[in-house]
Write a protein that binds this ligand. Structure first.
Ligand SMILES: O=P(O)(O)OC[C@H]1O[C@H](O[C@H]2O[C@H](CO)[C@@H](O)[C@H](O)[C@H]2O)[C@H](O)[C@@H](O)[C@@H]1O
Ligand SMILES: O=c1ccn([C@@H]2O[C@H](COP(=O)(O)OP(=O)(O)O)[C@@H](O)[C@H]2O)c(=O)[nH]1
Length: 874
């Protein structure tokens, strides 16, 4: 599959959407023309298809349809050519699916014999539909196997089902699965909050449960690492394994790791109540791709990362020090064909007939849920009771079949729920039942696949009243089995499925018993044409958004994160070649070091270089004479207005600029306010002013035109020359700093002056005709930026040396450009800098115009010590 190992060849599309679209076309092509073929080698497929069509071309009868696929074949080939695969995958891509639960449950039959049964649940159902990959499952088999003989026998039995067990002992299962996963994370993610009152004991044992959670995740990581082969995709699932991405990346930072959450991700206000909130978020964003069922859950996650971790949230995902974790929505689906085909099976038909006879003369309503508080089973039954209460005519004409699959039976909350549901069902059946019939048939067990399909097929109204539900696959399965009956789906608006099946279902708020009761009436009385129309919407969705599509889309996007990371990495400078920088430093005769320090014999610049001083001297201003500051009052007025309305924001009035800063405010609100503020500024106070507006990550700065760090360097050099009567031209430049993107022109200041890039290390520059003409010159020169400076607020006035000699130079707009006719000195007398003697360095891993990178400020100090040591010994 393309996207695995791209070498940056120019035929690789540069945007994510372009790449993923091509990949999608390719999959469509493969599926249409090679549905049964094992190999997914795109190049081969494209060639084969070309051949097939070309042999027909003689007839000159290419339909638009064929032409479309010829285009796709060409696309496929061009994309594949841009990707250099380290190995030609002979068959499907290897996928390691890691989930708490394996798709099979194990039952011990003897010391070394086991039987395996498929386990129920949405995740299992969805992943069973995934066929495009060579998938292996890694997970817990749901049983405690303390002895080695048993472990070996189980591992062998599971291997035949392509499953690999993680053995967890009873204590860990109790603390990790029953405790942290199902008593803390599960209720919290479904908006039921953290344990309170009677569950205070849990609050006390929170730390030990979290420790067990981390230990269990590490055990999963150990097994994954043991079975991992280079090129595998590792797909971690669900809230049980939020710690896993971090553990895996610690093993191998090149592992392709995706993480998908099957439950909702709650609002950041809910997540922030969790004591381990930050640790969990940090672990998850170690993954390359993080997926959710809906856009809302993805949005909540990004918001939690910005509000709780203080990271940058972008439309692409979450960014931390230049590293992007892609976050997106991937709504799951089902293997709809499996359900549709099952309806034709004789045993299913037999069940259907039995059910039809059993409930003849009555409408069938159906609920299928794990017996979980998030499924809203008591609310559903109470709504049904209300419907019977208000509609006596229906009492002997409708029946509710509720399948309540026991789940997490060791957790006390689930035990309580079982008793509560039994009690309500008993009461209602007592109230409305007769000697021969009861209105509610409640089953505390699971059904096999064929019986479930039959039940879906005979149902008139399906009732899904989840209080919160990640997606809810039961609603999809019901729709898949309803193509002849065209029954009605009543669906909670708090299930993820409401966002995909909303058009065809009757959406309800399950907390509103009256509303659900009247929805039942509406569904039972719905005319056939409306039922048909609604069903059509849903059926189309369910049959086109399958589990297979879901998995393919996720894995293809996960593969693409690697391409994206490579493209981004290319924008991150390489580390400073320290040895080379020191050697060249020693060989040069006049060095210019631009640093952010003040204790030595250095020049300090403030306010974008508007003010200068030697470390021990007085401040002087180099402010251009005609700097127009008329705009300040009106901008200040706007800044005051927004400061008043944005808690924890403030503004600073500087000599040449005004800065509104919202770094302590709520990030999202701050950003909204900043957008609003900018709109006000552009349309009002600064519409005609000579100012630049610079947007920082948490600030808005308005400053006079020409006040940039690049221009400041020009003035600083002018001052240095003026004060030192420099005789030797500068032949070595080291420029180090942690500058904001807006100030990065400092790095490029010298670039146009360099004859050539240092061999192999510097990144390619965009060719600029003006710059190129300058580069060709042997001895570049230095320039001044303004004709004159003026004194300001008691600071010593100093006119820049360059401008004393030449007055025609100027700064225009935001882009400072060296002017060629303002040279105060003869060529080469000030700057004689070769490319290999220029070292611009940024700090921290981020995209930058600098040539090189320091990982941290400490590294700068170490480097400077090396320079000092080399100088003194040299
Ligand atoms: O393994 P259990 O503890 O018995 O629980 C079964 C599964 O329940 C959850 O399912 C979720 O995944 C479904 C598919 O994406 C989704 O439709 C549903 O809304 C979710 O509740 C749980 O997330 C799984 O890990 C469990 O295996
Ligand atoms: O007796 C049963 C009842 C349910 N299921 C399956 O359990 C899954 C429930 O998934 P859903 O997304 O609705 O909720 P979850 O239980 O995962 O929260 C569906 O695929 C059902 O087919 C099953 O296999 N047997």
């Amino acid at each position: 599959m393309p996207g695995n190992k791209c070498n940056g060849n120019s035929s690789v599309p540069t945007t994510r959407v372009e790449r993923l679209l091509r990949e999608r076309e390719l999959r469509k092509f493969n599926r249409t023309f090679h549905p049964n073929e094992e190999s997914s080698d795109s190049n081969k497929d494209a060639e084969l298809y070309d051949h097939e069509l070309n042999s027909r071309e003689g007839n000159n009868c290419k339909s638009p349809y064929e032409q479309e696929y010829l285009d796709v074949a060409a696309l496929a080939r061009s994309f594949s050519e841009g990707c250099e695969r380290q190995e030609r995958r002979p068959s499907k891509q290897r996928l390691l699916v890691v989930a708490n639960r394996l798709p099979v449950s194990a039952v011990r039959r003897g010391e070394d014999s086991w039987s395996l049964e498929i386990s129920a649940g949405g995740l299992v159902s969805a992943l069973l539909g995934v066929k495009e990959f060579e998938a292996k499952w890694i997970g817990w088999a749901g049983v405690n196997v303390p002895d080695e003989v048993g472990q070996r026998a189980l591992a062998k039995a599971l291997a035949e089902k392509r499953c690999i067990p993680v053995f967890l002992d009873e204590e860990i299962v109790h603390q990790y699965y029953n405790g942290y996963c199902n008593n803390i994370l599960w209720p919290l993610f479904h908006y039921l909050g953290l344990p309170q009152e009677d569950r205070l004991a849990t609050t006390r044992s929170f730390q030990s449960q979290f420790d067990a959670y981390k230990r269990a995740n590490q055990m999963f990581a150990d097994v994954v690492n043991k079975h991992y082969e280079e090129g595998d995709v590792v797909w971690c699932h669900d809230y049980h394994l939020m710690f896993l991405p971090k553990c895996l990346k610690e093993y191998n930072s090149n592992m392709k790791v995706g993480w998908f959450l099957h439950t909702p991700f709650p609002s950041s206000e809910i997540h922030r109540t969790l004591p381990s909130r930050s640790e969990l978020l940090r672990s998850v964003i170690a993954a390359d791709l993080v997926g959710f069922h809906t856009y809302d859950y993805a949005r909540h996650f990004v918001s939690a990362c910005t509000r709780i971790l203080g990271l940058e949230g972008t439309p692409e995902g979450v960014e931390d020090q230049g590293k992007l974790t892609r976050v997106a929505a991937f709504p799951i689906g089902i293997d709809s064909d499996r359900f549709i085909r099952a309806l034709e099976l004789p045993q299913v038909q037999e069940h259907i007939n039995e059910l039809k006879q059993r409930f003849a003369g009555r409408k069938v309503m159906l609920g299928v849920d794990r017996l979980d508080m998030i499924k809203g089973i008591p609310q559903k039954i109470l709504a049904f009771e209300k419907f019977l209460e208000e509609n006596p005519d229906w009492r002997d004409k409708v029946v509710l079949l509720q399948i309540a699959v026991p789940t997490r039976t060791d957790v006390p909350e689930y035990q309580k729920l079982t008793s509560q549901v039994h009690e309500i069902v008993g009461r209602i059946n007592g109230r409305f039942g007769t000697l021969t019939a009861v209105p509610i048939h409640h089953l505390d067990r699971s059904l096999d696949f064929h019986k479930l399909c039959a039940l879906y097929a005979v149902t008139d109204v399906a009732l899904v009243t989840s209080l919160r539900d990640g997606m809810n696959l039961v609603s999809y399965e019901f729709v898949a089995c309803q193509d002849s009956r065209k029954g009605v789906l009543i669906l909670s608006e708090f299930a993820g499925a409401a966002q995909s099946l909303g058009a065809g279902a009757i959406l309800v708020n399950p907390w509103n018993i009256t509303e659900v009761a009247s929805a039942i009436g509406q569904a039972l009385n719905m005319p056939a044409d409306e039922r048909e129309k609604r069903h059509h919407h849903n059926f189309l969705h369910v049959t086109t958004h399958t589990a297979q599509d879901w998995a393919e889309t996720f894995v293809s996007e996960l593969n693409d994160t690697i391409v994206e990371a490579q493209l981004r990495t290319r924008q991150i400078p390489p580390p400073l070649p320290v040895k080379d920088a020191v050697e060249r430093y020693l060989q040069s005769r006049n060095r210019l070091l631009i640093l952010n320090f003040g204790e030595y014999n250095l020049w300090l610049a403030a306010e974008n270089g508007m003010f200068l001083r030697r470390a021990k001297g007085d401040w002087m201003t180099t402010m251009p004479e005609h700097l127009n500051m008329d705009w300040v009052d009106s901008v200040k007025h706007v800044f005051e207005y927004f400061t008043e309305r944005t808690p924890r924001s403030h503004f600073e009035l500087r000599e040449t600029s005004l800065v509104w800063n919202y770094k302590y405010a709520d990030v999202e609100f701050g950003r909204l306010q900043a957008r609003d503020l900018l709109q006000h500024l552009w349309t009002g106070p600064i519409s005609n002013a000579a100012v630049d507006v610079v947007q920082g990550s948490r600030s808005v700065e308005v400053r006079s035109v020409g006040v940039t760090k690049g221009a400041a360097i020009d003035r600083i050099l002018g001052e240095i020359i003026h004060s030192k009567c420099m005789t030797t031209p500068i032949d070595y430049v080291l420029c180090v700093g942690h500058f904001l993107g807006k100030d990065e022109d400092i790095y490029t200041f010298f670039e146009p002056e360099l004859p050539a890039d240092p061999s192999g290390t510097a990144r390619a520059k965009v060719t600029d005709p003006i710059k190129t003409s300058i580069e060709k010159r042997a001895a570049p020169k230095l320039l001044a930026s303004k004709s004159a400076s003026k004194a300001c607020h008691g600071k010593t006035q100093r006119t820049s040396a360059a401008s004393e000699k030449k007055t025609t130079n100027h700064v225009s707009g935001t882009v400072w450009r060296p002017s060629q006719d303002s040279i105060p000195w003869h060529e080469g007398s000030v700057l004689d800098l070769k490319g290999e003697n220029y070292f611009s360095c940024t700090v921290g891993r981020k995209r930058s115009n600098a040539r090189y990178l320091f990982g941290s400020s400490d590294e700068i100090v170490t480097f400077l010590k090396e320079l000092a040591a080399a100088s003194s010994s040299g």
